[in-house]
Ligand binder design. Structure first.
Ligand SMILES: NC(=O)c1ccc[n+]([C@@H]2O[C@H](COP(=O)([O-])OP(=O)(O)OC[C@H]3O[C@@H](n4cnc5c(N)ncnc54)[C@H](OP(=O)(O)O)[C@@H]3O)[C@@H](O)[C@H]2O)c1
Length: 167
C-alpha cells in the first residue's frame, strides 16, 4: 500500500500577508531564491498553471505537477493534474515522500487544508493589497524553527525563514 506524501507549502509572504500584487513576485531577494532552490532541489512540485508558466525556464531536476481545470492540457515539462488529491495520488504511486506546493494563490488556497508543513519566508515589506496567503493560526500550526536575516546590499528587505508543522 502506498503512503500519502507529506504536503509542504513553500511561499514568500509580505508582512501584511500577500504573495503577489497580481503579476510576478513583488520583490527581488537572492537569499530567498537560494533558500527556495535548496528546499526544492530534486523534488516533486505542485504549481498552479499561472505560476508554472512564469517558472517554465526554471525546472531542472524537479518533477512539476501543474494544477489546471483543462483536462486537455499537456505541459511541456511534468504532468497536469486536475486536483490536489490527484497530485497526492500520483506522488504516492511513485513512492515520493514529499510534494512542495509553490503557488500561486489559487494553488496555496486549494492545498492549505491538506498541508502538513509550511515553509514561509516572511518578507519585511508591506504590500497593502494583492493575492493573500492563507492565514496561519496557532494551533493547529506550530512554529518549529525560524531564522532571521537583516536587509543587505543584495536583499532590499529583511526576511525570516519560518518552518511550521501541523500540530
Ligand atoms: N510570493 C510567492 O511565494 C509566490 C509563489 C508563487 C507564485 N506567486 C505569484 O502568484 C501569482 C499567481 O497566482 P494565481 O492564484 O493567479 O495563479 P496560480 O495559482 O499560479 O494558477 C492559477 C491556475 O490554477 C488552475 N486552478 C485554479 N483553481 C483550480 C481548481 N479548483 N482546480 C484545478 N485547477 C485550478 C487554473 O488553471 P487553468 O487556467 O489552466 O484551468 C488557474 O488559472 C503570480 O503573481 C505569481 O508570481 C507568488
Amino acid at each position: 500500500m502506498s503512503t500519502r506524501p507529506r504536503l509542504t507549502l513553500i511561499a514568500a509572504v509580505s508582512e501584511d500577508g500577500f504573495i503577489s500584487r497580481g503579476q510576478g513576485v513583488p520583490w527581488d531577494l537572492p537569499r530567498d531564491r537560494v533558500h527556495f532552490r535548496s528546499a526544492t532541489a530534486g523534488k516533486w512540485l505542485l504549481l498552479g498553471r499561472r505560476t508554472y508558466d512564469e517558472m517554465i525556464g526554471w525546472f531542472r531536476d524537479h518533477t512539476p505537477l501543474v494544477l489546471t481545470r483543462d483536462p486537455t492540457f499537456v505541459p511541456p515539462i511534468g504532468k497536469a493534474v486536475l486536483s490536489v488529491a490527484q497530485a497526492l495520488d500520483l506522488a504516492a504511486e511513485a513512492g515520493v515522500e514529499e510534494i512542495f506546493v509553490c503557488g500561486g494563490s489559487a494553488a496555496y488556497e486549494l492545498a492549505f487544508p491538506h498541508a502538513d508543513r509550511l515553509l514561509v519566508t516572511q518578507v519585511g515589506r508591506l504590500l497593502g493589497a494583492g493575492a493573500a496567503f492563507p492565514k496561519i493560526e496557532m494551533p493547529p500550526w506550530r512554529l518549529v524553527s525560524s531564522l532571521d536575516y537583516p536587509a543587505d546590499a543584495g536583499n532590499a528587505f529583511p526576511m525570516g525563514f519560518a518552518d511550521y508543522r501541523r500540530a
